[in-house]
Design a binder for this molecule. Structure first.
Ligand code: MG
Length: 211
């Protein structure tokens, strides 16, 4: 990939890699969801991201790629994850405009718009024990790194680390949203499956920028 920007092909590769990582970990995600949810997160995400992969060649601009990804996730991923991931990608696509490359700043801005859309849709906040606990610290770390003059590669790496830390921080939390919240205190002691799958977004982007 080119040194310090993300092209349409890079972003398609990001989504392809995300689908692969989800597929490799679908059993694990389902195990996490069976502890505090309804044991479908792995299968749902694997079905949705596999469907996304079949659409990637159709997009001829970044906004089209991201919007199509969002719409595909909404229509193929069941449960609450589909609308939330779908909203994030659709809002991200709406924020980029019809372009072929994104600077790191533009990528950060678009992803943050996506995350804000997800937050509005899910009416969720930090420490509700959701995917937001992985997504928000990561985009904050990414933007901070870029502000400080880090390369795209280094900014993605620090976002990946922040995402993993945010994911792991969900373990002691008591869930305040979704099916896990029905368990009350018994939801503590388990990693949130949505935070786990959201961290794969950064694992996938790390692989793309390293390549
Ligand atoms: Mg579920």
């Amino acid at each position: 990939m080119s040194a310090n920007e993300l092209t349409l092909d890079d972003l398609a590769e990001w989504l392809r890699r995300f689908a692969t990582i989800i597929d490799e970990n679908k059993r694990y995600l389902t195990d996490l969801d069976s502890a505090i949810g309804d044991a479908d997160h792995g299968a749902n995400m694997a079905r949705g991201t596999a469907a996304v992969v079949t659409t990637l060649d159709q997009a001829n601009s970044i906004d089209a790629l991201l919007k199509k990804t969002g719409m595909t996730l909404v229509s193929t991923v069941g449960g609450t994850a589909g609308p939330l991931y779908g909203t994030m990608f659709m809002k991200m696509g709406m924020a980029t405009g019809q372009v072929m490359t994104l600077t790191p700043e533009e990528f950060g801005k678009a992803l943050r718009a996506g995350i804000e859309g997800l937050i509005a849709r899910g009416k969720t906040e930090l420490e509700d024990k959701t995917m937001i606990d992985a997504l928000l610290p990561a985009i904050d770390a990414f933007d901070a790194a870029i502000d400080e003059g880090a390369s795209l590669h280094d900014a993605v790496e620090s976002a990946q680390e922040a995402s993993a830390a945010g994911r792991d921080a969900t373990i002691p939390m008591v869930a305040r949203k979704g099916r896990a919240s029905y368990l009350g205190e018994r939801s503590a002691g388990h990693l949130d499956p949505g935070a786990a799958s959201a961290t794969y977004l950064w694992d996938a982007l790390t692989d793309v920028v390293k390549a």
